[in-house]
Design a protein around this ligand. Structure first.
Ligand code: ADP
Ligand code: MG
Length: 721
C-alpha cells in the first residue's frame, strides 16, 4: 500500500488525514470470527447445532476451564465426507445453502458456513469423523481456515467429534475478560438444557472434563414433560400448564405455538424462557417482555415464570439473518403473533389465579406475605438497571410558575378545600394514625381481595366485550378517543378509563410493584406547599395555615411510610422525602407535574384507620395520579398556539391577535408542550389501549356516566360508503 495518493491534500497546513489501508486478511477474519464466536458458550451452541443438523441422536459435550481450554462435541450424525475435509473450515463453505433464495426456506440451523471457520481463526480445531460404510475415519486439524496437515486415517465411531482448544489464544483482551468474568460453563449447561427440552428424541450430555457425573443428562423420550423433568426437576413440572394456539385460517398470519407455562404456584427469582422458532433456539425480546408483562399484571406473586414455547411458521416468515449469531430473529406479523400469545397466556393465568387466592387464604396466609417481600427485594435491583430513570429532579419537573397559565394546579383541582376542612381536629387524626401500628397481618390480604372481588362483581359484561375486542381508531379530542367494536363506533373518555385501569392495576400489583426511582429525593413538605399554594380556593393569605397543613400531612405520610412502601412501593425516607413511586403499567411513568396534587391527596383523602378503605383510597389516589389527563401545558395545535406568546398582556386585555409572529412565541415551552401532547397520544395508543384490552374490567357505571358513548351503529354510513 505504498502507492502515493494522487489526489491533492485537503486543508494545506493541517495534519494529514490518516491513510486508509486494507487490513490483512487474517486480521479481518479474526475480527469477523470474534463476532460469530463471542464466547465459549456460543461455540458450543454452534457445534451442537451442527450435530443436530447432521441428524444426530446423541450429542455429548465436554468442557474444560469454562471452554477456554477445551470444548469437545461428539455426535452420531452422518459425518463429513473425506472429499469435503479440505474446505470444511474455509469461510462460507456450507452444505446447507447454495443460492440466496434458499435462505427463505432454510430449515437447518446453520447456513452461513461461518461457525467452524471462525473457530479456526480464534482457536485450534481438530475434527474426527467417519461416514457411513467407511472402515475407518479421519482426523485433521485446522488453523486460520485451512488444514494444517493431510487428514490421517484413524479408528472412529459413527459420527463426528469436534475439538476446539485454547479458544481466543490470539485475542488477549477477550481472553482476559472471559477469565475475569464468570466462568462460561453455567451458560453452556443452560444451552444444553434448553436443547434437551426441545429435541426430546436426542440424548444430550454435558460434563466438565474429567468429571464422572454429567451436569445435564437427558434421555430420549416421547414426552415433553419428561424431558423438562429430566433437566429442570419434578418441582418445576408440577407447576406447569400446557398451552397451545394456532392461527391457520388467518391468511398470511399462519402460525402454531405450543408449550408449557408456569402457574401461580411457581415462584422463582428469574424468568426462564426457552423459545424455539422453527426449531431454532432464539431470543425474541419483545415476546419475552410481553409475557413478563402479562405475568406481573395477572400473577404478581409468580411474576418470574418458566416458559417453554415452540413456534412454527412458514420459514419465509422468519428473518434469521438479522443477527450475526442468529440469536435474535424477526418475524413477519410479529405484533399480531405476540398479541395472540399474550391473550392466550392471560386467559390461562386468570383461571389459575383465582384458585391460588382461595388456596392461600385458606391455607397459610403468611406464606404469601413472605413471597411478596422476597419479590420486592428482587425487583429493586431489576429496576435500577431496567427502568428509564427520571433525569431531572422531580421538584424541577413540577410546573410552579404562577404566571404560566398552564402551571396552575387549580385548573384540575376541584373540591379539595372541603376535604381540608374535615381535618380540623389534627390531633385526633394523628392519634388514629398512631394507633394503626401493625399493617402486616392476614386481614390486609382479605381486604385487598375484597376490593378485587368488588371490581369483578361491578364489571359490565357488555363493555368488557367491547374493551377486549375493540380496535383503536384515534383521538377525537383532548379527552375522547374513538374505538371500533364490530360495526359500532364508541367515544371513550380516556381520562376515566385510564383512571379506573390504574386503580385496578394498583390493586392487582399490590405488594409487588416495580419501582420508579426519583433521581433526587423530593421533600414532601415542599410538594405539599406547592399543591396548597396553587389551590386558589385556599386564598393567598393563609400562609401559616398552609404550612401547618403541609407539616401535618407530611407527618401522616411519614408515619405510614412503612405500609405504603411495602404495599404500594411509595417510598418516603426518614427525612420526609419521596424517593420512589410504583410502576403501575410497564413502560409508563405518570406526569410529574401532578406529583404535588398526588401527595396532597395522599395526605388528605386517604382513610388510614380502616384497612379496606385505606387500600381503596390509596389505590384511587394512584389511579388519579397515573391517569392520562391532558398535559398541563395547553395543547398548542390550532388557536392554542396563542397561549405560547411571550407577551401575555395582550391576551389578558382581551385583544384579539390574528397573526402569530414566530419571534413572539416561547419556542422552548412550545416544543415542550408539543412533546407532551404527542407523547400522550403515543401512550394512549400503544400502552393504554393494549393494556386495557388485557386488564380493564369496566364498571357498570361507565355505561351510563358518559365514559363510553356509542356514536354510530353503522361504520359504512359514517364513512359514506
Ligand atoms: P453451517 O452450519 O452454517 O453450514 P458451519 O461452519 O457450522 O456452517 O459448518 C460447515 C459445514 O460443515 C456444514 O455445512 C456441514 O456440512 C459440516 N459440518 C459441521 N459440523 C458437522 C457435524 N457435526 N456433522 C456433520 N457435518 C458437519
Ligand atoms: Mg453451523
Amino acid at each position: 500500500m505504498d502507492v502515493d495518493d494522487p489526489s491533492p491534500r485537503a486543508g494545506g497546513g493541517g495534519a494529514d488525514p490518516p491513510r486508509i489501508r486494507r487490513l490483512e486478511e487474517s486480521v479481518v477474519n479474526r475480527i469477523a470470527a470474534g463476532e460469530v464466536i463471542q464466547r465459549p458458550s456460543s461455540a458450543v451452541k454452534e457445534l451442537v447445532e451442527n450435530s443436530l443438523d447432521a441428524g444426530a441422536s446423541t450429542v455429548s459435550v465436554t468442557v474444560k476451564d469454562g471452554g477456554l481450554k477445551l470444548i469437545q462435541v461428539s455426535d452420531d450424525g452422518h459425518g463429513i465426507r473425506f472429499d469435503d475435509l479440505p474446505i470444511l473450515c474455509e469461510r462460507h463453505t456450507t452444505s446447507k445453502l447454495s443460492t440466496y433464495e434458499d435462505l427463505q426456506t432454510i430449515k437447518s440451523m446453520g447456513f452461513r458456513g461461518e461457525a467452524l471457520a471462525s473457530m479456526t481463526y480464534v482457536g485450534h480445531v481438530t475434527v474426527t469423523t467417519i461416514t457411513e460404510g467407511q472402515l475407518h475415519g479421519y482426523r485433521v486439524s485446522y488453523k486460520d481456515g485451512v488444514m494444517e496437515n493431510e487428514p490421517k486415517p484413524c479408528a472412529a465411531v459413527k459420527g463426528t467429534q469436534i475439538m476446539v482448544e485454547n479458544l481466543f489464544y490470539n485475542m488477549v483482551a477477550r481472553r482476559k475478560t472471559l477469565q475475569n468474568s464468570n466462568d462460561d460453563y453455567p451458560k453452556i449447561v443452560d444451552f444444553i438444557s434448553r436443547f434437551a427440552v426441545h429435541h426430546i428424541n436426542v440424548t444430550f450430555s454435558c460434563r466438565k472434563h474429567g468429571a464422572n457425573r454429567a451436569d445435564v443428562h437427558s434421555a430420549s423420550t416421547s414426552s415433553r414433560l419428561d424431558a423438562i423433568r429430566n433437566v429442570y426437576g419434578a418441582s418445576v413440572v408440577r407447576d406447569l400448564m400446557e398451552i397451545e394456539v394456532s392461527d391457520e385460517n388467518a391468511g398470511d398470519a399462519v402460525f402454531k405455538m405450543d408449550g408449557y407455562i408456569s402457574n401461580a404456584n411457581y415462584v422463582a427469582k428469574k424468568i426462564t424462557m426457552i423459545l424455539f422458532i422453527n426449531d431454532r433456539l432464539v431470543d425474541c425480546t419483545s415476546l419475552k417482555r410481553a409475557i413478563e408483562y402479562v405475568y406481573s399484571a395477572t400473577l404478581p406473586q409468580a411474576s418470574k415464570p418458566f416458559i417453554y414455547m415452540s413456534i412454527n411458521l412458514p420459514s419465509e416468515h422468519v428473518d434469521v439473518n438479522i443477527h450475526p449469531t442468529k440469536k435474535e430473529v424477526s418475524l413477519l406479523n410479529q405484533e399480531r403473533i405476540i398479541e395472540i400469545i399474550k391473550n392466550i397466556i392471560e386467559e390461562k393465568l386468570r383461571s389459575s389465579n383465582t384458585t391460588r387466592i382461595f388456596q392461600t387464604q385458606a391455607g397459610n396466609p403468611s406464606a404469601l406475605i413472605q413471597a411478596n417481600t422476597q419479590k420486592e427485594k428482587g425487583t429493586d435491583i431489576k429496576m435500577a438497571s431496567g427502568m428509564k430513570s427520571q433525569k431531572t429532579p422531580v421538584n424541577q419537573m413540577v410546573r410552579t410558575d404562577p404566571r404560566n397559565p398552564s402551571g396552575r394546579l387549580h385548573t384540575y383541582w376541584h373540591g379539595q378545600s372541603s376535604n381540608l376542612e374535615k381535618k380540623t381536629d389534627l390531633v385526633s387524626v394523628r392519634n388514629v394514625v398512631r394507633s394503626r401500628r401493625n399493617p402486616k397481618d392476614a386481614c390486609d390480604l382479605s381486604s385487598r381481595h375484597e376490593l378485587i372481588t368488588e371490581v369483578d362483581s361491578h364489571c359490565h359484561p357488555g363493555l368488557l366485550e367491547v374493551v377486549k375486542n375493540c380496535t383503536y381508531v384515534g383521538l377525537a379530542d383532548e379527552v375522547f378517543a374513538l374505538i371500533q367494536h364490530n360495526t359500532r363506533l364508541y367515544l371513550v373518555n380516556v381520562v376515566n378509563v385510564s383512571k379506573e385501569l390504574m386503580y385496578q392495576q394498583a390493586l392487582c400489583r399490590f405488594g409487588n410493584f416495580n419501582a420508579i426511582q426519583l433521581s433526587e429525593p423530593a421533600p414532601l413538605q415542599e410538594l405539599l406547599l406547592m399543591a396548597l399554594k396553587d389551590d386558589e380556593l385556599m386564598g393567598d393569605e393563609n400562609d401559616e395555615e398552609k404550612k401547618e397543613i403541609a407539616e401535618v400531612n407530611s407527618e401522616i405520610l411519614k408515619e405510614n411510610a412503612k405500609m405504603i412502601n411495602e404495599y404500594f412501593s411509595i417510598h418516603v425516607d426518614k427525612d420526609g422525602n419521596l424517593t420512589r413511586l410504583p410502576v403501575v403499567l410497564d413502560q409508563y411513568t405518570p406526569d410529574m407535574d401532578r406529583l404535588p396534587e398526588f401527595v396532597l391527596t395522599m395526605g388528605n383523602d386517604v382513610t388510614w384507620d380502616d384497612e379496606k378503605e385505606c387500600f381503596r383510597t390509596v389505590a384511587a389516589a394512584i389511579g388519579n395520579f397515573y391517569a392520562l389527563h391532558p398535559p398541563i401545558l395547553p395543547n398548542p395545535s390550532g388557536s392554542g398556539i396563542q397561549l405560547y406568546k411571550k407577551n401575555r398582556d395582550s391576551m389578558a386585555s382581551g385583544e384579539h391577535v390574528d397573526n402569530t409572529d414566530e419571534d413572539d412565541i416561547d419556542q422552548e415551552l412550545l416544543a415542550e408542550a408539543e412533546t407532551a401532547w404527542s407523547q400522550r397520544e403515543w401512550t394512549i395508543q400503544h400502552v393504554l389501549f393494549p393494556s386495557m384490552r388485557l386488564f380493564l374490567k369496566p364498571p357498570k357505571s361507565m355505561a351510563t356516566d358518559g365514559t363510553f358513548v356509542q356514536v354510530c351503529s353503522c361504520v359504512s354510513k359514517l364513512m359514506g360508503i
